[in-house]
Design a protein around this ligand. Structure first.
Ligand code: AMP
Length: 291
């Protein structure tokens, strides 16, 4: 174990054995443990996970692993922003107790062959546009949950389909952990914080908030009683007209299963994915029936 970031004392472990030794020590002392999995390039959204973890458990572990198996061949794995020392400093500043930063060989040793297939929930929305992505996420998150043996694990609503995939997998595989969703942290103009926002040119950055604005307006209209079909068509038209390079999907779905929602008779979620140049942005908002 070594400390990083001058002046801050955030211990870092890089192997499953070291991680388990620390976590088991806490749990033997009756201290429950929260895990916040990340791919680094941390911003206030990630730190909100750690802060929520702190509120729920006396101990919080963050993990930092840029998982190669969830990136497609033409995606940004090699240029994904990486700065472990800066991340460790930020984590220490919000009271994180431990950083788990394994390398690829620790996560996927020679001979590694198993994959977790999350089933139909991964086949909608982002699924068709990112083949293999959710299997990559489900596999690495299952491993992180089992490696850490955390009592609680925190995931952002920013990646809502990912959150619901992870809930499904944890239930189906009887992984003994409570999955907690954390609301999306946004810029003041509504753009969801993401490490990928640094790729945007000033012109693209000006268009980007239209995604959230459109989804929020769709939710308002559906909650006011307009038909989901009509509002979906209008929403799609609005993002197409806004100057995005292309639109992967705008979708109104059941909030739990992510199957299509035809009527607002239960909790829904409006999800969207668009491109600005080579940068893909996703976002989502809740849509709930009036009681
Ligand atoms: P990433 O490092 O992008 O894989 O994200 C790690 C975790 O942080 C995931 O659970 C994300 O959903 C969450 N996250 C990322 N951006 C935000 C945000 N703007 N607000 C809340 N959570 C976020």
């Amino acid at each position: 174990m070594n400390a990083s970031a001058p002046g801050k004392l955030l211990p870092i472990v890089r192997t499953v054995g070291e991680l388990r030794r620390v976590v088991c020590g806490w749990q033997r002392a009756s201290e429950s443990v929260a895990l916040a999995p990340t791919m680094g390039a941390l911003h206030r959204g990630h730190l909100a996970l750690v802060e929520r973890g702190r509120a729920l458990c006396p101990r919080v572990v963050a993990s930092l692993f840029v998982n190669p198996t969830q990136f497609g061949p033409n995606e940004d794995f090699s240029r994904y922003p990486r700065d472990e020392a800066a991340d460790a400093g930020l984590l220490a500043g919000v009271g994180c107790d431990l950083l788990y930063a394994p390398d690829v060989a620790e996560m996927y040793p020679d001979g590694f062959a198993t994959s977790v297939d999350p089933g139909p929930i991964a086949e909608r929305q982002c699924g068709p546009f990112r083949p293999g992505h959710f299997a990559g996420v489900a596999t690495v998150v299952s491993k992180l949950l089992l490696q850490s043996q955390a009592d609680v694990a925190l995931f952002g609503e920013k990646d809502f389909q990912q959150l619901q995939v992870i809930r499904r997998v944890a239930r189906d595989l009887d992984i003994p952990v409570v999955i907690e969703g954390v609301p999306t942290v946004r810029e003041s103009d509504g753009l969801a914080l993401s490490p990928r926002n640094v790729y945007l040119t000033p012109e693209q950055r000006a268009v980007a908030p239209v995604l959230h604005r459109t989804l929020a307006e769709m939710a308002r209209r559906i909650e006011a009683g307009e038909s989901i079909a009509a509002v979906s068509a209008a929403g799609l038209g609005a993002v197409r007209a806004a100057g995005f390079t292309s639109v992967d999907y705008i979708d109104v779905a059941d909030a739990e299963t992510l199957r299509p929602l035809e009527r607002l008779d239960r909790s829904g979620r409006i999800l969207g994915a668009v491109w600005l140049g080579k940068t893909r942005l996703i976002d989502n908002v809740a849509v709930v029936p009036k009681r």
